[in-house]
Design a protein around this ligand. Structure first.
Ligand code: GDP
Ligand code: MG
Length: 180
C-alpha cells in the first residue's frame, strides 16, 4: 500500500470468549443494528468506511468465533490483523481471565509488545449482574502496558464507535512512528 494513498485499509480482529458480545458489537458498529441472537459459529468480516481525525479509513473487521478450537486459523488472523479488540463481559470473570492467554499468544506471534489493542468490558448495561469491577479490569489493562480500557454496551450502543476508533488511532500512530 502506498503511503500517498488517501484511503487506508486497516484489519481489525475482534477476539474473546463465546457469548461476550463480539458479534453484537461488530453489528452495532458496522450496521447500527442490535440483534438479540447471533449464530455463535459466525465468523465473518465486514467493511466499514469511517473518518478518523480527518482521514478516510476503511476498516476490515473480522468477527471471530470458536476461539477454543481452530488454533491454526487463529494464528492466521492474529498474524494478518493490525489492531485487536479483546472483549470480555463484565458479567463473567472467567471471560476476562481467558483474554490473558489470547493476549500472550498474540504478543508471541507478533514478536512485539507493542500491538495496537483495546481491552473491552462489554454488557455495561447489566450493572446488576456485574462480576468484574471497573478497578479490576482497569488493573488488568495497566498490567498489559497501559492499554486503553473501555466499558461498552452493544445493546445500548455505548462506546461502540469509540473502541473501534481507538484501535484505529493506535495503528495510525504506529505508522507515523514507523515512518520517522
Ligand atoms: P459472541 O459469541 O461474543 O459473538 O456474542 P454475541 O454477540 O453473539 O452475544 C452473546 C449474547 O450476549 C447474546 O444473547 C446477546 O444478545 C448478548 N449481548 C451482547 N452484547 C450485549 C450487551 O451489550 N448487553 C446485553 N445485555 N447483552 C448483550
Ligand atoms: Mg459471535
Amino acid at each position: 500500500m502506498s503511503r500517498s494513498t488517501q484511503q487506508r485499509e486497516y484489519h481489525i480482529v475482534v477476539l474473546g470468549s463465546g457469548g461476550v458480545g463480539k458479534s453484537c458489537l461488530t453489528a452495532q458498529f458496522v450496521q447500527n443494528v442490535w440483534i438479540e441472537r447471533y449464530d455463535p459459529t459466525i465468523e465473518d468480516s465486514y467493511r466499514k468506511l469511517i473518518e478518523v481525525d480527518g482521514r478516510q479509513v476503511i476498516m476490515e473487521i473480522l468477527d471471530t468465533a470458536g476461539t477454543e478450537q481452530f488454533t491454526a486459523m487463529r494464528e492466521l488472523y492474529m498474524k494478518s490483523g493490525q489492531g485487536f479488540l479483546l472483549v470480555f463481559s463484565i458479567t463473567s470473570l472467567s471471560s476476562l481471565h481467558e483474554l490473558t492467554d489470547l493476549r500472550d499468544q498474540l504478543l508471541n506471534l507478533k514478536d512485539s509488545t507493542h500491538v495496537p489493542l483495546v481491552l473491552v468490558g462489554n454488557k455495561s448495561d447489566l450493572e446488576d449482574d456485574r462480576a468484574v469491577s471497573r478497578a479490576r479490569a482497569f488493573a488488568t489493562s495497566q498490567a498489559w502496558g497501559n492499554v486503553p480500557y473501555y466499558e461498552t454496551s452493544a445493546r445500548r450502543r455505548q462506546n461502540v464507535t469509540e473502541v473501534f476508533v481507538d484501535v484505529c488511532r493506535q495503528i495510525m500512530e504506529g505508522e507515523r512512528e514507523g515512518a520517522r
